[in-house]
Design a protein around this ligand. Structure first.
Ligand SMILES: NC(=O)c1ccc[n+]([C@@H]2O[C@H](COP(=O)([O-])OP(=O)(O)OC[C@H]3O[C@@H](n4cnc5c(N)ncnc54)[C@H](OP(=O)(O)O)[C@@H]3O)[C@@H](O)[C@H]2O)c1
Length: 246
């Protein structure tokens, strides 16, 4: 049985905000030594004041910076969570730089961090990889073609990685999140747009995701919750409309 108290080190990307911050705090509270990655200097400094949290400034767009991530060989739990939402416009109106950046951060960086951490897990025959996917990777939404593609790719990658890892005792879980109240849309929408989005229904809170992640982590070692979908009770997906407000 996997006991959270026995697992030692967690690496969380996107730890400076929203879901990643809540997950980092929850893991630290359970006694994990949490390596918390992000770029925001102020948020990193604040994380550094929290017991068991060890912030590191890393721009995931910089592949070389990742090599400096400490203890990557001895990570017990990896939460590939960092992500960005590009401007909510039609694909034909997107800047190429936004397309490239979205794929880089939401997909390539997650694969890169996983590649860094996985050999240690395989060697120790233990570990848990989490990937923050999205309902946007499971169903189409207008103005989200690239974001959705990045999340669909993460979903496919996580599922296929499980096949590769069969027999290794390393578990893989995709977190399929619906609307969560975070700063994700800060660049994609203006203030009025964000207010409209969050007033549509009660959003999931980052702490709800952290709680679920801990539950999954505490399952017996022979049980892998391969994916969980976590949405506002009032949200359904697949009926069209902006970002799930359907
Ligand atoms: N909120 C939702 O409704 C929702 C729904 C489904 C899935 N998700 C997914 O949940 C994950 C977390 O997002 P969130 O909602 O918690 O949003 P958030 O509050 O905006 O957090 C995003 C995190 O990603 C980090 N990040 C972005 N670009 C980075 C870069 N180049 N290098 C290093 N770190 C970078 C940010 O760190 P810095 O600011 O320090 O750079 C921040 O900590 C994302 O993968 C997102 O796609 C969110």
């Amino acid at each position: 049985m996997t006991d959270v108290k026995n697992a030692k080190t967690a690496l969380v990307t996107g730890a400076t905000s929203g879901i990643g911050r809540a997950v980092s705090l929850a893991l630290a509270d359970k006694g994990y030594s949490v390596i918390a990655l992000g770029r925001n200097a102020e948020a990193l400094e604040e994380l550094g004041t929290i017991k068991n949290v060890h912030p590191q400034a890393v721009d995931l767009g910089d592949s070389r910076a990742l090599e400096a991530v400490s203890a990557s060989e001895s990570i017990d739990v990896l939460v590939n969570n960092a992500g960005i939402m590009p401007p909510n416009v039609k694909f034909s109106d997107m800047d190429q730089a936004d397309i490239d950046n979205t794929l880089e951060i939401n997909l390539s960086a997650a694969l890169r961090v996983t590649r860094l951490v996985l050999p240690g897990m395989i060697k120790r025959k233990a570990g848990h990889l989490f990937f923050t996917g999205s309902t946007a990777g499971q169903a189409p939404f207008p103005n989200m073609a690239v974001y959705g593609a990045s999340k669909a790719a993460i979903s496919s990658f996580a599922a296929a990685l499980r096949c590769d890892l069969s027999g290794s005792n390393v578990r893989v879980t995709e977190i399929v999140a619906g609307r969560v109240e975070t700063a994700l849309y800060r660049d994609a929408l203006d203030e009025a747009g964000r207010q409209q989005m969050y007033s549509a229904f009660d959003a999931v809170q980052p702490e709800n995701i952290a709680e679920m992640l801990l539950t999954v982590l505490q399952m017996p070692a022979h049980v892998d919750v391969t994916r969980f979908d976590i949405l506002p009770t009032a949200q359904f997906v697949g009926g069209g409309g902006f970002a799930g407000k359907d």
